[in-house]
Design a protein around this ligand. Structure first.
Ligand code: AMP
Ligand code: ZN
Ligand code: FE
Ligand code: FE
Length: 278
């Protein structure tokens, strides 16, 4: 079957609106789509929910989110099938947004100090009035020819440790998992290769996450090698976690990634079972 459980919309730093993504998913014959914007539900709230929960029985839409947790490398957690109106969830996301706005202003200042002629207004326009993220900084740098492409913008200025980079406020993994769980959802470890852990170290992390309530691992992901897929499947099985598949589609903000991942239905069966209860 074809699904995509990891997709960014204009609600965060993707370049397609939620409705566009739904239409793309339908035309690509995806069976399940989840929009998983960074730390915000603004995108999925644009979708008329009850009406669109199941689209002609062809496409199932699952509300999602991607939370960047505190970690020495990268630890992203995907939440699925929660109540988008949950009060605590909305409250906490609001505070994350406020911190992000402060961080963005400071990053903008740093950029201006370097001598880049980029204004707050341009940044807001680039983000379409929604959540501003580093990819928006990057695409403005490209448009203004300070760098040749997004990759150069990240390498030179925006990646962790680079001159313009500032961290955002992050929740601990246990708080992130608790937040989604109390809203009725399930939590999945996103693109485990980004933790840069393998073998026993990866297992140790997964064990801790599982104890905190983790339910699944994103095994199928464009950057995962065959060897990684095998390893993550093994770890998922050992810790009784379901497996998922996602592309991390960002539209034009992440070139070379297409919407949709092919996966054997049997491999998704544990996740599908949870969705049926939702
Ligand atoms: P932010 O939430 O503002 O810190 O931005 C995070 C976004 O930046 C994520 O969506 C990533 O896809 C993107 N990103 C992070 N590192 C890189 C990189 N090295 N190259 C391209 N995109 C990146
Ligand atoms: Zn993103
Ligand atoms: Fe991520
Ligand atoms: Fe993502």
């Amino acid at each position: 079957m074809k699904v995509d459980l990891h997709v960014h919309s204009t609600g965060s730093d993707g370049t397609n609106t939620p409705i566009e993504l739904i239409n793309m998913a339908i035309s690509k014959k995806l069976q399940i789509l989840s929009i998983t914007d960074h730390d915000t539900l603004a995108g999925i709230k644009e979708i008329d929910y009850l009406e669109h929960k199941i689209f002609n029985n062809d496409l199932v839409f699952v509300p999602g989110i991607e939370i960047s947790a505190e970690f020495p490398t990268t630890l992203h957690l995907l939440g699925y099938a929660f109540d988008i109106k949950n009060e605590k969830l909305n409250q906490v996301l609001e505070t994350l947004q406020e911190f992000r706005e402060e961080r963005n202003l400071k990053m903008l200042q740093k950029m201006q100090e370097i001598g880049f002629d980029i204004t707050e207004k341009e940044l807001e326009e680039e983000a379409g009035g929604k959540l501003i993220g580093r990819p928006h900084f990057a695409s403005l740098m490209v448009k203004k020819r300070y760098v040749k492409d997004t990759q150069e913008a990240f390498e030179k200025y925006l990646k962790r440790g680079a001159s313009i980079y500032l961290d955002k406020k992050r929740l601990s993994y246990s708080d992130s998992i608790e937040l989604i769980t109390q809203a009725g959802g399930v939590v999945v470890l996103a693109h485990p290769y980004q933790t840069q852990l393998e073998g026993e170290e990866l297992e140790k992390l997964v064990k801790q996450l599982k104890e905190a309530g983790l339910a699944g691992i994103e095994v199928y992901y464009p950057h995962h090698t065959r060897k990684m897929v095998e390893e993550y499947k093994r770890v998922a099985k050992k810790y009784d976690l379901f497996i998922t598949a996602g592309s991390d589609f960002h539209g034009k903000n992440k070139m070379g990634i297409e919407l949709g991942v092919d996966v054997d239905e049997k491999e998704l069966s544990a996740f599908l079972k949870i969705l049926r209860k939702y």
